[in-house]
Design a protein around this ligand. Structure first.
Ligand code: NAD
Length: 265
């Protein structure tokens, strides 16, 4: 039986939703009748085709805003656009992310800056813009897509871990601060999901470690995940829908692992 999360008519912004996890989460929200604003980079024709496909499949209103998540002014404009065009803002999913895998003493400084900007600073700027709207509504849901790497470390990913641990800390602090406002703030910490970002990492890790891509999947990536299977989009969508519905009203300040047992080990 399909679950009704009673989200019809809600409005969501999902950053980094032209690909991978963000696109899957935006689609899952639209399937529940949530009007969504997509965001992210990519080929404009593909983005428009995907936007139309989600809208037709779900009957939700699906818009797109091209904000670069390294630019605070554009992030503020993304949030204002959703509020202006769709009349409210109930859900913010801070999902945009990038990765660069390298030894810390070899790590390019511009990659550090970009990674911290896209993952950590954008979460701050988007939340800062959304919170006054949510406070005025008396209800809001902020869900930050962190990572198992927001809870445990791996070699060659120091900047990514720094950013994701930062997202988890930001989540907890905001949750405590907003606890009496009707706004919940949580982080979902996925294990490995086979998205374009991970496809890239498989290639990068193979180079860094001097082994084949097949060995990276077996010995490096899924070595960390006791289930030995990738996390599926629907595993994350289920957690998101729980958190943004009324069922999730008591869950705040949590870093929720959906990682095939990785952080249990
Ligand atoms: P992806 O590469 O498929 O998607 C990333 C999205 O972010 C894309 O839409 C991209 O255009 C967007 N983006 C990147 N830089 C941007 C910028 N400056 N401005 C606006 N948008 C930008 O990656 P994914 O695997 O779906 O990752 C989504 C999130 O999930 C990331 O935060 C990632 O760290 C996290 N995550 C992924 C995994 C995994 O195994 N794939 C595991 C844990 C956490």
């Amino acid at each position: 039986m399909a679950v009704d999360y009673h989200l019809e008519g809600h409005v969501a912004v999902i950053t980094g939703s032209t690909s991978g996890i963000g696109q899957a989460l935006a689609t899952a929200l639209a399937e529940q009748g949530v009007n969504v604003v997509l965001n992210g980079f990519g080929d404009p024709a593909k983005i428009e085709a995907d936007r139309q496909a989600i809208q037709q499949k779900t009957n939700a209103r699906v818009l797109y805003h091209a904000a670069d998540m390294t630019k605070p002014e554009e992030i503020r404009d993304l949030v204002a656009y959703a509020h202006r065009e769709l009349g409210r803002l109930d859900i913010l999913v801070n999902n945009a992310g990038i990765q660069h895998v390298a030894a810390v003493d070899d790590y390019p400084e511009d990659k550090w800056d970009a990674l911290i900007a896209v993952i950590l600073s954008s979460t701050f700027h988007a939340s800062k813009a959304a919170i006054p709207i949510m406070k005025a509504q008396g209800r809001g849901r902020i869900v930050n897509i962190a990572s198992a790497h927001g809870l445990v470390a791996s070699a060659f990913k120091a900047p990514y871990c720094a950013a994701k641990f930062g997202v988890v800390g930001f989540t907890k602090s905001c949750a405590v601060e907003l606890a009496r406002t009707g706004i919940t703030v949580n982080a979902i910490c996925p294990g490995y999901v086979k998205t374009p970002l991970i496809e890239g990492q498989i290639v990068d890790q193979a180079k860094t470690r001097g082994i084949t891509p097949e060995r990276v999947v077996e010995d490096v990536i899924l070595a960390a995940q006791p289930t030995k299977t990738f996390v599926e989009y629907q595993n994350l969508a289920g957690m998101l829908l729980y958190l943004v519905s009324d069922m999730g009203s008591a869950a705040t300040g949590a870093a929720l692992s959906v990682d095939g047992g990785w952080t249990a080990t």
